[in-house]
Design a protein around this ligand. Structure first.
Ligand code: B4P
Length: 189
């Protein structure tokens, strides 16, 4: 079973690349950002709560996010693996994911970190904001806060997986196709 964490700052291309990796390796793609956005669109209780944090560029609280992720994994008992996109984002989430998978005799195979400089992240997200109308991509101060939250709370997870010998890094600058090829090479090693 192949279980991949696709990691990187906001706008690194996790969502874009996860769509391709999912098809190539027949994995279930779980994007916590997409699940929250679906709940916001449907005005569920979870969506109303998550919106308050996402609109400010803050993380949704761990307890809620972990519970939601576990319930999504449990919906796919027959899957041949998962690609986790945007999760984990805190040390508490990473530990909870390890414990949860190990209770099912599963584990993370590899964490792949997409590396992209901040100026490129900001221009990608701002462009998407103009094209898609996504609220958290339209304001440069919210984008800057998301990058700050990533640096303060999420970046440390690279060390967490490195200590388990599971970290791989991939240059996330270039065409989408080029980056996909780099990711496949990293997975196939
Ligand atoms: P996410 O939905 O995870 O969004 P993201 O980090 O902004 O985007 P991603 O890296 O997937 O970028 P994408 O491929 O789309 O999170 C949104 C919010 O949800 C968070 O701020 C937080 O509030 C909440 N949340 C989610 N997970 C959580 C968790 N675990 N815990 C707590 N809160 C959580 O690419 C971005 C843009 O770049 C696109 O427009 C794309 O077309 C473009 N692009 C991609 N590759 C490119 C390339 N090679 N060259 C040029 N442009 C490229």
């Amino acid at each position: 079973m192949l279980n991949i964490v696709l990691f990187g700052p906001p706008g690194a291309g996790k969502g874009t690349q996860a769509e391709r990796i999912k098809n190539q390796y027949s994995l279930i793609h779980l994007s916590t950002g997409d699940i929250f956005r679906y709940n916001i669109k449907e005005s569920t209780d979870l969506g109303v709560m998550a919106k308050e944090f996402m609109d400010k560029g803050e993380l949704v609280p761990d307890q809620v996010t972990i519970k939601m992720l576990e319930s999504e994994v449990n919906k796919h008992p027959e899957s041949s693996g998962f690609i986790f996109d945007g999760f984990p984002r805190t040390t508490q989430q990473a530990k909870a994911l390890d414990d949860f998978l190990s209770s099912k005799n599963l584990s993370i195979t590899k964490m792949i970190a997409l590396e992209v400089p901040n100026d490129e992240l900001i221009s990608r997200l701002f462009l998407r904001g103009k094209q898609s109308g996504r609220a958290d991509d339209q304001d440069k101060s919210i984008i800057a806060n998301r990058i700050k939250v990533y640096e303060n709370q999420t970046a440390v997870l690279a060390e967490y997986y490195k200590a388990q010998n599971k970290l791989a890094t991939v240059n996330g600058v270039g065409s989408v196709d080029e980056i996909t090829r780099r990711l496949y090479r990293s997975i196939d090693i």
